[in-house]
Design a protein around this ligand. Structure first.
Ligand code: ADP
Ligand code: ADP
Ligand code: ZN
Length: 230
């Protein structure tokens, strides 16, 4: 049975999670997906899948991803548009890690306006740079279901066993290393942080303190989502 939040949500909304690497976008997007039936759409996950499958786009994206730079708008937009064609997207989406440049934000607005839609809320999860480095360095993921964990901050209830699926294999991202993190952080400040002003000017920006606990942030985000989709 769908939970109460899924039943009371009225509009299939487009929501954006903004924030530097390690802010908790993926963690929170998964929780919102479960709670509200929104579809998590992570361009990072889509790009990693394309690299793994050695598609043409994946081959072109790999070098930028390995070095911690941004993949070109052209490649990212092509991958995102493809994904947006799939029927589940009609339930409403939570964009995780997209847009990351002003060009991507403008392209998203154009894409949505073709369908008479707009961004319901762009939520900026704000964490300081030191915390971000710690978050990224301790991050690992269940190889089976994708649930995210952390060496210090979010360990499975039973060591070595995924809480969600019972899987026992975990992976760490190749780009979650001290060297690449610096490049990712500067890409965030130079290219993505300006989107905060972009969405503020459109009256849809919400700021959330990303230094709180995972559950406290989830509660705050839940309230924002309910309000934005009422
Ligand atoms: P992002 O998608 O923004 O890069 P993640 O959701 O993958 O970030 O989170 C980065 C790491 O920090 C993960 O290991 C996650 O378990 C952990 N984490 C997420 N949110 C918090 C939080 N509020 N406090 C402490 N650790 C967190
Ligand atoms: P993070 O946890 O750092 O927020 P992501 O999984 O969102 O990481 O992204 C990993 C990498 O994939 C980025 O460093 C970048 O190279 C590429 N990437 C993901 N999303 C985008 C995007 N919207 N535009 C450009 N590059 C992207
Ligand atoms: Zn799992």
């Amino acid at each position: 049975m769908p939970d109460a939040d899924t039943q009371t949500r009225t509009k299939p909304a487009v929501l954006i999670l903004l924030g530097p690497p390690g802010a908790g976008k993926g963690t929170q997007a998964r929780m919102l997906q479960e709670r509200f039936g929104l579809v998590q759409l992570s361009t990072g996950d889509l790009l990693r899948a394309a690299v793994k499958a050695e598609t043409e786009a994946g081959k072109r994206a790999k070098a930028a991803m390995d070095s911690g730079g941004l993949v070109s708008d052209e490649i990212v937009l092509a991958i995102l548009k493809d994904r947006m064609q799939e029927p589940d997207v009609a339930r409403g989406v939570i964009l995780d890690g997209f847009p990351r440049t002003t060009g991507q934000a403008e392209a998203l607005d154009a894409l949505l306006s073709e369908e008479g839609k707009t961004v319901a809320a762009a939520i900026s999860i704000e964490v300081d740079d030191d915390a971000m480095v710690r978050r990224v360095s301790g991050r690992y993921t269940c190889a089976n279901c994708g649930e995210g964990y952390h060496d210090e901050f979010k360990q499975p209830a039973k060591a070595g066993v995924c809480d969600k699926c019972g899987g026992t294999e975990f992976t760490r991202r190749a780009d979650d290393n001290a060297e690449t993190v610096k490049a990712r952080l500067s890409a965030y400040h130079a290219q993505t942080a300006p989107l905060i002003a972009y969405y503020e000017a459109r009256g849809v920006l919400e700021r959330v303190d990303g230094m709180g606990s995972i559950d406290a942030i989830a509660t705050e985000l839940g309230d924002i989502v309910k309000q934005a989709t009422a």
